[in-house]
Design a protein around this ligand. Structure first.
Ligand SMILES: Cc1cc2nc3c(=O)[nH]c(=O)nc-3n(C[C@H](O)[C@H](O)[C@H](O)COP(=O)(O)OP(=O)(O)OC[C@H]3O[C@@H](n4cnc5c(N)ncnc54)[C@H](O)[C@@H]3O)c2cc1C
Length: 481
């Protein structure tokens, strides 16, 4: 008992001492788009310069980091520019190619061209997708009068069940490719439909330096305000301050903290909290699921494939190397780069990430040889594969709407502050979920919350709205006797 008291007393003395001498008013955990925009939001909109951003890697850019491949530069975490961010990219002169998802050739594993049949099946998928669904359309924010259902169920009710190899590939191409998850994992609720309408109409492939988007922001942040190679492992909050501990044991003290980690990092205990997050917030973090989109870059000596933008592989194993983007297609890169980018999502991405590069290369080249013939497909001269599902900085690529969420309240539960902690996970960005534009909005939102607290003493804890979903009155059953 005495020992416990002594330990508590020494901890309290330590905490009081450190709280007296903070490193900064605001500690920002994570230096991706959300962290960078939170920082510039503090500076530009609220005049707060006293912050410190802790970034685990040696570069503040998050998943917009580049790789050199085949003499070109790519950002595997931002290959495509989506609709909300396209105008800004155009303004900044970032190279973009409008993608044409109807430009594809489909082969089965016997090397037969089945494109015509695939187009018919895709039309059937789209019809099922577009068809209203009384069930889903009635879903309100309290999930009444009907509960939310998996997207797969909506498609099924509307007459689409992926049975054949071609069906599976066309479903993957139209759904998993965007979400990083399969139709059984994602909500049918209204938020998802809004996001689909909002994000993808003007999807384009980025050939230029997407990082320019962040450069202007980073210019405003003096290097002294960024601690690189600083991996946060714990965030402790007291009544007086926030103590952020990094993996080398360094403690950074702030009055407030903005946490930008993905739900994947929080779920996997990459950052822990003391005291624990309130149950309503913890539950929300675990409700979301990270989708994965891994890119497999393959460079060849010669081009052996078709001229269409996508080369699709009709496969009975859902998501088994189903699609390749052809960088030789018109408008992409100068002819002769001879690069294909293969994609994997969800469970197949997770599986492949546990294989060696050599094993993945053998699988993917095996698929291309099934499609184009053994003798026509040489070994690649260069190979690179992203491994986002097992990357401890994100544990996936982007999140998707879980089944059965009341959308507005759910996303407020993710980003709502608790005590001195403010949150900006990309997952909380409403219809901009899963793209840097959403991270920007969340970063600004968190900066506004902290600033209100510092400058106006308005530090409201978020309280989840429980009133909106009162239990229905229980109907008395009639006595049938
Ligand atoms: C494979 C993939 C493909 C994508 N494709 C597109 C696309 O085509 N178009 C598009 O618009 N968006 C795309 N995105 C999404 C886009 O990259 C993200 O929305 C955006 O990067 C999210 O920004 P963020 O700041 O929230 O998170 P991140 O960019 O993940 O930044 C988080 C930062 O925190 C750091 N960090 C993590 N853990 C810790 C820790 N414990 N301590 C300190 N620092 C930590 C990380 O190193 C990282 O720098 C893709 C993402 C991936 C991964």
């Amino acid at each position: 008992m005495i020992l416990r008291w002594l330990l508590f007393a020494s901890f309290s003395v330590h905490v009081f001492a450190v709280c007296d001498d903070p490193n900064a008013q605001v500690i920002i955990v994570g230096g991706g788009p959300a962290g960078i925009y939170a920082a510039t939001g503090l500076i530009e909109q609220h005049g707060i310069e006293d912050f410190l951003m802790l970034e685990e890697t040696d570069r503040p850019e998050g998943y917009l980091y580049p790789i050199d491949f085949g003499g070109l530069s790519f950002r595997p975490g931002a290959l495509y520019g989506l609709t909300p961010i396209k105008p800004l990219m155009m303004e900044l002169g970032i190279g973009l190619v409008a993608t044409d998802n109807s430009s594809y050739t489909v082969y089965n594993y016997n090397g037969e061209d089945v494109t015509a049949e695939a187009r018919e099946r895709e039309a059937a998928y789209v019809a099922a997708r577009e068809k209203g669904l009384p069930l889903a359309d009635d879903i309100d924010r309290c999930l009444r009068p009907r509960p939310d259902i998996p997207y797969k169920a909506k498609l099924g009710v509307n007459g689409w069940v992926a049975k054949s190899d071609i069906d599976k590939t066309m479903e993957w191409f139209n759904f998993d490719f965007n979400e990083g998850l399969s139709t059984r994992d994602v909500s049918t609720g209204w938020t998802y439909r809004q996001a689909m309408a909002n994000l993808f109409p003007d999807k384009c492939f980025i050939t230029g330096r997407a990082r320019i988007i962040l450069d202007g922001m980073l210019e405003q942040i003096t290097p002294a305000r960024i601690a690189l190679n600083s991996r946060t492992v714990n965030v402790t909050q007291t009544d007086e301050c926030v103590i952020v501990t990094t993996s080398d044991g360094t403690e950074y003290v702030g009055e407030y903290a903005i946490i930008t980690n993905s739900v994947g990092v929080i779920q996997n205990g990459g950052v822990t909290f003391e005291p624990s997050l309130p149950p309503w917030k913890s539950e929300e973090f675990f409700r979301y699921q990270m989708g994965t989109l891994d890119a497999i870059f393959l460079k060849f000596d010669t081009k052996f494939w078709d001229d269409t933008e996508y080369i699709l592989h009709a496969t009975d194993r859902h998501g088994y190397y189903p699609a390749f983007l052809n960088l030789e297609a018109e408008g992409y890169h100068p002819a002769g780069t001879n690069i294909l980018i293969g994609f994997l999502t969800g469970d197949e991405a997770y599986r492949a990430e546990h294989l060696s590069d050599e094993e993945v290369q053998a699988e993917v080249i095996g698929v291309l040889r099934d499609m184009y013939g053994e003798s026509n497909v040489p070994d690649p001269t260069e190979f690179y594969m992203s491994r986002f599902a097992t990357d401890v900085d994100i544990y996936g690529s982007f999140s998707a709407y879980p089944i059965g969420i009341p959308p507005e309240d759910s996303q407020m539960r993710l980003k709502g502050p608790t005590g001195r902690l403010y949150f900006a996970p990309e997952d909380a960005a409403d219809i901009h979920i899963g793209n840097p534009f959403g991270s920007v909005l969340d970063g600004f939102f968190a900066a506004g919350g902290v600033a209100g607290c510092i400058q106006n003493q308005e530090c409201d804890d978020y309280t989840p709205d429980r009133s909106i979903c009162k239990p229905r009155p229980v109907k008395q059953r009639k006595n049938m006797n």
